[in-house]
Ligand binder design. Structure first.
Ligand SMILES: [Zn+2]
Length: 334
């Protein structure tokens, strides 16, 4: 297999670069690696850096590459750790040349740098049996490691059952959501019937080793389940399938200094003080109280917050014995 200048070799990790677009007659390139096993099998891709400021997605792919011995692999893994290089170099979500979101540009119809990058990546997806696309929360907040699966009417999976892949991945949360037009995961299944699992881990330009280890273990679980790697699937006991409709957002009513009382993953109950915001110029204070029981799904990491910005989000879990605030529909616990 040859992708750009990267030529795969049996039992080896090889590297190169791939031209994804042209800007002002200059070629734009992304790094490519291929892990090829000694035996024939499925071809898959693992990608990161779709959004340039999502460092944990990039780091997860990098750490995964260096945690695997190619001799353990059956088939091939195409690795694209930084799909949006200009965004990464400028620490911004969108592609710099036209300020567009790469994850709304698939399958890459039309002209423009972002469309061309999407089209080149989409051509790689066509060679694969499935893919795993790694993201994080972006520049300001940290997300609990989780996977995203799309479901249609009556909660039936309509994306090649990434719900099942997500369950094998083993994150505490599988977030159900509809997805948007132009997303890699949405368009790959709709047009090619190739499932793509979206992984979300951490954020705020910080690396959490515990989260990244969870991500590597999750990717390996999926590969073991598909016969690409050998090993034992290791999953946590607790796993929740929750619709993003049951995610509540807590926003500040002041510009001020933010003091968070909880970390991501912490359990909270209705009435708990989640955060305090203090405006030292006008001597104003404001507390955010939890309206539900659940756990902290994301939190802002910086200690300063603007009015109307999100301090944290909570996922409401199905069971809350203390306050009995469980929602009636759309959730199950497995
Ligand atoms: Zn992203």
């Amino acid at each position: 297999m040859k992708i750009g200048s990267c030529i795969s070799k049996k039992g080896e990790l090889t590297s190169g670069k791939l031209k994804v677009a042209t800007y002002k007659r200059k070629g734009l390139y992304i790094p490519v690696h291929i892990l090829e096993g000694k035996h024939e099998g499925e071809t898959i891709f693992i990608s990161g850096g779709m959004h340039g400021d999502e460092l944990n997605g990039i780091e997860l792919v990098q750490r995964f590459i260096h945690s695997v011995n190619p001799e353990e692999i059956t088939g091939r893994i195409i690795l694209l750790p930084v799909m949006n290089v200009s965004g990464y170099l400028n620490m911004q979500r969108n592609v710099v040349y036209d300020d567009k979101d790469l994850n709304r540009a698939f399958p890459g119809v039309g002209s423009g740098v972002t469309q061309n990058i999407a089209k080149t990546i989409y051509d790689i997806v066509k060679m694969c049996d499935f893919g795993i696309d790694c993201h994080d929360s972006g520049s300001e907040s940290v997300l609990l490691p989780h996977v995203r699966a799309r479901t249609g009417r009556n909660n039936i999976c309509d994306d090649g059952c990434t719900m099942d892949m997500g369950s094998v991945f083993g994150a505490k949360v599988i977030l159900q959501r509809k997805g948007l037009k132009g997303m890699l995961a949405v368009e790959s299944y709709k047009r090619l019937k190739i499932p793509v699992l979206t992984v979300e881990i951490g954020g705020a330009f910080t690396m959490r080793d515990d989260f990244l280890l969870e991500g590597i273990r999750g990717i390996k679980n999926v590969l073991i389940n598909n016969g690409i790697m050998k090993g034992k699937i290791l999953k946590p006991k607790e796993q929740h399938i929750i619709s993003d409709k049951h995610r509540s957002y807590y926003t500040s009513k002041l510009d001020g200094i933010l003091r968070m009382k909880f970390d991501v993953g912490d359990d909270v109950h209705k009435g708990d003080i989640l955060a305090e915001i203090h405006d030292p110029i006008h001597e104003k204070k404001h507390k955010l109280l939890s309206k539900t029981c659940g756990f902290i799904f994301s939190r802002r990491l910086r200690g300063i917050i603007d009015k109307n910005k999100t301090a944290c989000t909570i996922l409401q879990t199905a069971v809350c014995s203390t306050h009995k605030t469980a929602p009636s529909v759309g959730q199950e616990t497995i």
